[in-house]
Ligand binder design. Structure first.
Ligand SMILES: Nc1ncnc2c1ncn2[C@@H]1O[C@H](COP(=O)(O)OP(=O)(O)OP(=O)(O)O)[C@@H](O)[C@H]1O
Ligand SMILES: [Mg+2]
Length: 384
């Protein structure tokens, strides 16, 4: 009998766990809020917050706990683990994966290449670091950031001072602004006993520090891909992850450096739904339920484009998009429309990455813009 899995969170990552759960006959119970993406489409939802009370209510009903976001009460996760609940990933893994400073400390010490960094509580620490590394610098909240919220590029002391005022005395992670030639993500599925499946690294493209596109295969040298895979496997071992782990990496020339971790299914892995033999969502469930992992091999080239709220609600553009791009896989998360919010994504697969990308970009364009504003993709009919 497979274990019942309790998932903390009910957003789009939780929702994308549903198709493989239904197919494999796994029972999932979510701790979510009424308007969340899973609530409309799945019966087993406990309404509540990821605080001590909510986590304990969820734990009572399930055999194993996992997460779809990082904003959980870690002390309670740890207490539940100590009391005998299977928490996957573990509280220790979550602690590292939710703290950009701990990631640099622990993984830097284990031999993972990291950029120079410091932790600053006041302007003097930041300007001293700039004295060694020059401006501009990147300042980050160590915990709780997402989609670029909590990341600031500062050109000089005045801008740094403004960020310090904004975070109201919280310490900031300080890094040089790296001249990035690309960004990669390595996804690793890992079972409690250590069996793991490492996906081929994918390229992530950020706009305003938010992930916009994911490309498979990445447009980098084979030696860079090999180094990324090595780092991905090493990180999974060092932090003992269970379930999916996404290791975000910077590429600067021939160097590959750690950016940050997510110990859960991740935006960079949405492309695996159509683009890999086994998706990150299925492998997350398999790993958390301690079932044999699925094959992570890619199925050719694939491009994923996020659908970010623009001038119109993508839900109102669905028919036009399906008509204009019948070969694209459209995913809408059922979230309320708001400008700048991730509301869905589109994936296209092809033998040729650029063709896949053209189709996915076109479909995302049709979803997010008024009908009158849509251009045909270059070199092909929208209806082909
Ligand atoms: N030191 C740096 N140098 C250059 N660019 C950086 C640096 N740090 C971050 N960035 C850019 O900002 C993006 C967001 O940073 P990071 O991944 O730390 O933020 P996040 O908000 O936690 O991310 P996510 O959107 O993955 O939740 C990176 O993907 C990269 O494009
Ligand atoms: Mg990131």
């Amino acid at each position: 009998m497979s274990p019942t899995i309790g998932v903390v969170g009910g957003g789009q990552l939780a929702r994308m766990l549903l198709p493989p759960a239904a197919r494999l006959g796994l029972r999932l119970v979510f701790l979510a809020r009424p308007g969340d993406a899973v609530a409309a489409v799945w019966p087993d939802v406990i309404e509540g917050d990821p605080d001590a009370q909510g986590l304990r209510r969820l734990a009572e009903q399930v055999d194993v706990l996992t997460v779809e976001h990082e904003l959980v009460d870690l002390a309670t996760m740890r207490a539940l683990q100590d009391e005998g609940t299977a928490v996957r990933p573990s509280a220790d893994t979550l602690d590292i994966a939710t703290d950009k400073v701990r990631q640099r400390e622990v993984l830097g010490a284990a031999g993972v290449p990291v950029a120079p960094w410091t932790l600053a509580h006041e302007l003097a620490g930041i300007t001293a670091f700039a004295g060694d590394h020059g401006w501009p610098l990147v300042l980050k909240r160590p915990r709780g950031g997402y989609d670029g919220r909590g990341v600031w590029v500062v050109e000089g002391p005045d801008a740094a001072e403004a960020v310090l005022a904004e975070v109201d005395g919280d310490p900031l992670l300080v890094e040089p602004r790296i001249a990035l030639t690309a960004e990669l993500a390595v996804l690793v599925a890992r079972r409690p006993g250590g069996e793991r499946a490492v996906y081929d690294p994918v390229e992530t493209v950020q706009v305003d520090a938010m992930c916009r596109e994911v490309l498979q295969p990445p447009r980098v040298a084979a030696s860079t891909v090999a180094e990324a895979r090595r780092i991905g496997g090493l990180v999974a071992e060092v932090i003992g992850s269970v379930g999916m782990l996404s290791v975000e990496l910077f590429v600067a020339g021939d160097r590959v450096l750690l950016n940050e971790l997510a110990a859960r299914p991740h935006n960079a892995g949405h492309v695996t739904i159509e683009g890999a033999v086994t998706s990150q969502f299925e492998n997350h469930l398999r790993a958390v339920a301690d079932l044999p992992l699925g094959d992570p091999s890619p199925r050719g080239a694939a491009a994923m484009v996020n659908v970010v709220g623009g001038e119109v609600d993508p839900a109102d553009r669905l028919a036009d998009t399906l008509g204009a791009a019948p070969g694209a896989a459209v995913h809408l998360y059922g979230k309320a429309y708001r400008r700048g919010r991730k509301l869905g994504h589109v994936t296209a697969t092809d033998d040729d990455l650029e063709r896949a990308r053209t189709l996915a970009v076109h479909a995302a364009d049709v979803l997010t813009r008024p009908a009158a504003a849509i251009a045909q993709p270059t070199g092909q009919e929208a209806t082909s």
